[in-house]
Ligand binder design. Structure first.
Ligand SMILES: Nc1nc2c(ncn2[C@@H]2O[C@H](COP(=O)(O)OP(=O)(O)OP(=O)(O)O)[C@@H](O)[C@H]2O)c(=O)[nH]1
Ligand SMILES: [Mg+2]
Ligand SMILES: [Zn+2]
Length: 298
């Protein structure tokens, strides 16, 4: 698995030894196929992992999930940032900066559309007296919600992350680095070590997968400000829900699944009338769908 990418050098971890590191370059026959963090690759050449050893990546396996970021001023292309992540940990502070509902909803869309399980992590609980009303908006979607504060170990989050590859996403200042430092002993050094084997120096804008104590990996994605949702449809999101995916096959063509007045014939409303889906759950889902339709990113 690829755990770091730095200027033409990919740092990989063999399945057989999670502590080993093999630095590789791209084989010419791969052409321009992107190779990103989380990709599972085939390597040939010098696999010894020594300081001057350089292997070649000759194959990139099919991806089980993709997290994309949008084009921005520094890069006009929408790109895959993390491949094969099982979870997207959406980090938002309860205060300072205030919780951004719009950000959480759009991150949820990115997770559902990309095939990742979303996990909501609300930080800085020490700054608020109560947070139950805040989480109510999302609990109907059955996603894990963990609440953290810097003066307590993030045990609940640790449990959710154990043994899996998870990507961490959130606005600047919400406490991502604080979490990573609590989860990964010596995280600063781990980042340095990963980059030490590459050509250049690690920059704060590049993502790196860091090993968790209980197994699994966490990817901090410092550069992402918004997700590549340009080609995502509301149907892509709805079909991520096992209990709803079949029903939307009965929707009229072009149904946005928002319900009346926009989509008066949506089959999800019939599902709700029959009691097959809770009204609260449907409302929660539709709020997320509206976030996908919203033009601005917050
Ligand atoms: N009160 C309080 N402050 C916290 C908590 N977690 C982090 N902070 C503070 O919030 C600030 C930002 O935390 P970081 O961990 O650097 O945030 P970040 O998400 O990594 O920010 P960027 O790297 O800019 O994206 C720091 O001053 C932290 O000390 C918390 O649980 N409670
Ligand atoms: Mg940080
Ligand atoms: Zn519909």
């Amino acid at each position: 698995m690829v755990i770091a990418v730095d200027r033409g050098r990919w740092t990989c971890v063999p399945d057989t030894d999670q502590n080993a590191r093999v630095v590789a370059m791209r084989a010419r026959e791969l052409g321009r196929t992107p190779i990103v963090i989380g990709d599972r690759v085939g390597l040939v050449g010098d696999l010894s992992g020594g300081p001057d050893a350089l292997a070649r990546i000759v194959r990139v396996d099919e991806r089980s999930s993709v997290l994309r970021r949008t084009a921005d001023d520094s890069d006009p292309y929408e790109r895959i940032v993390v491949a094969n992540a099982e979870q997207l940990v959406i980090v938002s502070a309860l205060a300072d900066p205030p919780l951004s509902v719009g950000f959480v909803d759009r991150a949820l869309v990115a997770a559902y559309a990309g095939g990742l399980r979303p996990v909501l992590c609300l930080t800085k609980a020490d700054l608020v007296t109560d947070h139950d009303d805040v989480t109510a908006a999302w609990t109907e979607l059955d996603l894990p919600v963990v609440v953290t504060r810097h003066d307590e170990p993030p045990d609940a989050l640790r449990e959710v992350l154990g043994g899996r590859l998870s990507a961490l996403i959130g606005h600047s200042g919400v406490g991502k680095s604080t979490l990573v430092n609590a989860l990964v002993p010596d995280a600063e050094r781990a980042v340095g070590r990963v980059s030490g084997v590459g050509k250049g120096r690690h920059t704060s804008s590049s993502a790196v997968a860091l090993p968790l104590v209980d197994g699994g990996w966490i990817v901090d994605t410092p550069g992402i400000r918004s997700f590549g949702l340009a080609h995502v449809t509301t149907t892509d999101v709805v079909t991520a829900f096992a209990d709803l995916s079949e029903a939307v096959a009965d929707c009229p063509r072009g149904c946005g699944h928002l319900g009346p007045p926009a989509d008066p014939e949506c089959a999800l409303d019939q599902l709700a009338e029959r009691g097959a889906v809770g009204v609260g759950r449907l409302a929660a889902l539709r709020r997320v769908l509206v976030a996908l339709a919203a033009p601005s990113w917050t």
